[in-house]
Design a protein around this ligand. Structure first.
Ligand code: UDP
Ligand code: MG
Length: 330
């Protein structure tokens, strides 16, 4: 069911008397989002206002824009927005640390109450935020926003995402299909997420690990309201690799299985070579030998690459470097 209406708001007007509305913080990581920022602020403010009016969230609810080291006018716009609206807050990171870390910085900045993380480009349906809060009211600490309709994504993005979820499922990693980082976290779940100190941050993998009562809301993903995607192919692949290496050691085990398979193949091949030499015209010559060397050499490199990927992760983990620095807050 695609739920993109404010139906819960009407119900809230009746129920609000008995419910203590909590402060909601909407965390929005932004990297070079000058083209969409004003529209995003206006849309989110309108939605928050409606939720406040319906008694779903407290009047001091706010939008926290996290500037992830943008090189355009993003921070200047956030400053202007914060100056003109008491609902807008800003957090400027000292440099670009990536979407996941920027989101983490935002979560760490929230003091109390639930928070909803959402991208700046308005691809996620802001109306579903009221449904998220409704689930929170009913005791859910985690509410996932699930893209039920991805028709506006490119064919490549849809298929690569589908393949990624299949690979993750094969590797035994719990992932929420078609969920990105549009989610509500209650205070307890937020603190639990913040207690994960890993450097190779993949929040979509961490959130299911914290447990708590969980719900989902469904929506149709829209095209970007303005500006360009900040996730080019290489960044997307890096995030996928991080998701796999942070949550599964199955690729390492697969190397051992591959090793055994190649070893058995080698033994069979040797036996066949002897039989071939004794009873038939030997077919093993330079050409077949060199292709075998290439195949086995390639497999070894691949195995080394997979091991290297894990070693790279250990290397960054053990250094325990800070994940971000806050330069300014508004
Ligand atoms: N983003 C960020 N830091 C980065 C890259 C992206 O904070 O280094 C933010 C970006 O501004 C947006 C969100 O992460 O709010 C998701 O990025 P985008 O919408 O471009 O990704 P896509 O939807 O194309 O996968
Ligand atoms: Mg987007």
């Amino acid at each position: 069911m695609i739920n993109n209406s404010n139906v819960f708001l009407d119900k809230k007007i009746e129920n609000s008397i008995s419910y203590h509305a909590e402060k909601l913080t909407v965390v929005v990581p932004c990297y070079n989002e000058q083209d969409v920022l004003q529209q995003a602020a206006a849309t989110l403010e309108k939605q928050l206002d409606a939720m406040i009016e319906a008694g779903l969230v407290a009047a001091e609810s706010c939008i926290l824009f996290v500037d992830d080291g943008s090189r355009d006018d993003t921070w200047r716009l956030i400053t202007e927005l914060a100056g003109s609206s008491p609902m807008v807050q800003g957090l400027k990171l000292s440099r670009n640390v990536g979407h996941q870390n920027a989101l983490l910085a935002g979560l760490a900045h929230v003091k109390d109450g639930p928070c909803i993380s959402i991208d700046a480009d308005l691809q996620d349906d802001v109306l579903t935020m009221s449904c998220m809060v409704e689930h929170y009211r009913q005791g859910c600490q985690v509410v996932y926003g699930i893209r039920q309709d991805r028709a506006t994504d490119t064919l490549f993005k849809r298929n690569s995402a589908y393949l990624f979820y299949k690979v993750m499922a094969l590797l035994g990693v719990e992932t929420i299909e078609n969920h990105a980082d549009f989610r509500l976290l209650g205070s307890a779940a937020r603190k639990a997420v913040l207690s994960f100190t890993e450097e190779n941050l993949y929040l979509r993998g961490i959130v299911p690990l914290v447990g708590f009562k969980t719900a989902s809301v469904y929506y149709a993903r829209k095209p970007r309201a303005a500006g360009e995607s900040k996730y080019p192919l290489l960044k997307m692949l890096a995030l996928a690799a991080r998701g796999i290496t942070s949550f599964s050691v199955v690729p390492l085990r697969m190397i051992a299985v591959l090793g055994v398979a190649v070893f058995l193949f080698g033994i069979l091949h040797s036996i066949w070579s002897v039989i071939d030499k004794l009873f038939f015209q030997p077919a093993v010559g330079w050409a077949s030998l060199s292709s075998l060397i290439c195949i086995i050499g390639g497999l070894q490199m691949l195995a080394l690459g997979v091991v290297g990927e894990y070693i790279g992760c250990i290397y960054t983990e053990v250094k325990r470097r800070p994940r971000y620095f806050v330069e300014q807050t508004l």
